[in-house]
Ligand binder design. Structure first.
Ligand SMILES: [Zn+2]
Length: 260
């Protein structure tokens, strides 16, 4: 039986794929990737994302959301863009949303406000969220604590999870979460490998974050969803189970989140 995977986070609509988009999709299908979830970034990227999803309906699953790094004085327009377009077609999640304090904290208070507002939109629309958190753990908890107080329930994925086991446990207290694991797991001395040993497979989904974060030995090259089996193989080694089991459980997990 063919092994089947889901890529729960991939920007295949990125211009990096403009020259050979159809070839890339074919290679993904040949590699056993059954569906690819396309997280949104902002209003500037949504047309390209939707166009890709229209070319491969039921294969490329579109999402909508404003990435924290896309926020500046435009934030009201971006937030309205999500609200006004949410029902314009079927979207599978609100994302990617969250906080990013890695390069710039100028708009941190706006990031927090827009993150919380998108968590509310997702809750009201009964959609999962895809959360991006970079150097922001404490502030992410602050926002989720406020959501808890206001009765906003959260379901979704912590994308590119790289935290400790304690952080994993703490996140689980704030909602129905899965943890996106990608190419970083294959990097030499990746700390996440030690955490992953203790995180049950039922809480994990696979992702590439293409075109970024290509796994070893392809590190530094353009990543694409067909590299998911490399990540699955590494995960199977770390957890000492076979790759079929990794594929089966992570695919079930993705189905339960995105409801496809
Ligand atoms: Zn992403």
């Amino acid at each position: 039986m063919e092994i089947e995977f889901i890529d729960s986070h991939t920007h295949l609509y990125d211009e990096a794929f403009d020259i050979d988009f159809n070839d890339v999709i074919r290679k993904c299908q040949e590699a056993g990737i059954k569906k690819c979830v396309l997280p949104g970034e902002d209003s500037n990227h949504q047309d390209a994302l939707n166009k890709a999803a229209d070319l491969y309906p039921e294969y490329l699953l579109p999402c909508i959301g404003v990435h924290p790094s896309s926020l500046n004085d435009n934030w009201k327009d971006e937030l309205n863009f999500v609200k006004n377009n949410l029902n314009s077609r079927k979207y599978y999640a609100i994302g990617e949303i969250g906080l990013d304090e890695h390069f710039d904290k100028t708009y941190l208070s706006i990031q927090k406000k827009v993150f919380k507002e998108q968590l509310r939109i997702a809750y009201e629309a009964k959609l999962p969220v895809i959360i991006h958190s970079r150097d922001s753990t404490a502030d992410i908890f602050e926002v989720m604590e406020n959501c808890k107080k206001e009765g906003i329930k959260i379901k979704g994925i912590f994308h590119a999870f790289s935290g400790s086991f304690e952080t994993y446990q703490k996140i689980k207290n704030y909602g129905d979460f899965h943890f996106g694991i990608g190419g970083v797991l294959t990097f030499k001395n990746a700390k996440i490998a030690n955490t992953i040993i203790n995180i049950p497979l039922k809480d994990i989904v696979l992702e590439t974050d293409s075109p970024y974060l290509a796994p070893t030995p392809l590190r530094g090259t353009r990543n694409a969803s067909y590299n998911i089996p490399i990540i699955a193989e590494k995960l199977s080694q770390i957890k000492n189970i076979n790759i079929e089991e990794v594929a089966k459980i992570t695919t079930e997990n993705a189905k339960s989140i995105f409801d496809f």
